[in-house]
Write a protein that binds this ligand. Sequence first.
Ligand SMILES: Cc1cc2nc3c(=O)[nH]c(=O)nc-3n(C[C@H](O)[C@H](O)[C@H](O)COP(=O)(O)OP(=O)(O)OC[C@H]3O[C@@H](n4cnc5c(N)ncnc54)[C@H](O)[C@@H]3O)c2cc1C
Length: 380
Amino acid sequence: MTARLASYWEIGAPLQQPARDLPRQTDLLIVGAGFLGCWLAYWISRLKPAWAQRTLVIERDLIGYGASTRNAGFLTGGHVSEMLADVAECGFDALFAQFLRRRAGLALVLAEFPDLPTDPCGSADYDEVTEAKRTLARRVNAALAARGEAPAFETKRARFGGTEREVFFSASDRGVNPMQLLTRLRASARAAGVKFAFGVRAQAVSGGRATLALPDQAEPQELAYDRARICVNAFDSELVSRSPIVPGRGQVLVSSPVKAATSHHLGFLHDGYDYFKFVDGRLLVGGGRHRFRAREQTTELTPTDEVRQYLLGLARTIVGHDRFSIDHAWAGIMGFPQGRHISTCHRTDLDETTATLNACGGMGVALTPLVARDEALRLP
Ligand SMILES: Cc1cc2nc3c(=O)[nH]c(=O)nc-3n(C[C@H](O)[C@H](O)[C@H](O)COP(=O)(O)OP(=O)(O)OC[C@H]3O[C@@H](n4cnc5c(N)ncnc54)[C@H](O)[C@@H]3O)c2cc1C
């Protein structure tokens, strides 16, 4: 068995107690306690409090083991290079709608948890500033102006690896510790009466009946439910036949405390496939998925040496020297609908009682608050 490598955010976060017993019936079953499952539980407690006591969240892990506890902690509406790549795939209107949803999600995080520590560092897109990108940035800013909103993107100078370059900058983007946000979501939902059961794996969920494996129990238990929402992201195909979700592994390194010759914004490189930020005086760098695409389409949570070497090279370029060590390395798993980057459809009905919620790809820190709120509002 491979040892689990904790993410930077999980260090010191308490593991939850494994569930010893479960009810035989619940009105609403939420499977998966990542951001989507936890935001859904949170919104139920805020917007539909009568449901809270009748809601059960189950999670196979003792802290969450997919993307939410293991991501990079960028709260971002998006950046120009990524958007230019996406506009070719889905057109401007879908792209702009997605951008608005991410911005709205970011605003919701700040509004719901005003005392949550976030880093108001803004984001810089370090890829080359081309005419096509200037045109797209102007179009996004004009579309925002038509809604009476401030522009999102400006160009400015930023330092990268010891030299200055022109970048697209987005002032509203922030860094967040995802574990802190998850912990607050769970605490609020619990206080309203939502029950969480950790260490419980759903083996089958359909037609009002769930088969659940509990820790240290030989026989699975049956649970009857009125409604179930499956929020297992990249692991959807383990529960849903013909699931369109394709997994994508993301790998992350965190350095020792380091002096860097690069501005302390959230940083995007290579159409956003690579990214970095500074946390507690350390460099966090992630990505590499585009270089090793076929091997990274996996639900295997073990990091690989080839991606580590690639990210290490990137880290040296960013800080401008090699006088640091890698103190933390881990992998997380995202889920992409048909492998696509952007999706506007986050909900699939499986039967009258059961639906899956997913398709937040690599954008879920900002997208999940809104996707989950929409779902909570559908409850009677
Ligand atoms: C390395 C990496 C970096 C990222 N960086 C960012 C970023 O900076 N900004 C951003 O916006 N997004 C980022 N993302 C994407 C973001 O993390 C995801 O979009 C988001 O966390 C998805 O949340 P989720 O709840 O849908 O899925 P998950 O967090 O994967 O939650 C699913 C949960 O379901 C549980 N589960 C699975 N199967 C079962 C079962 N059968 N029974 C019970 N429980 C089950 C899993 O243990 C897991 O905890 C990143 C992702 C990765 C991997």
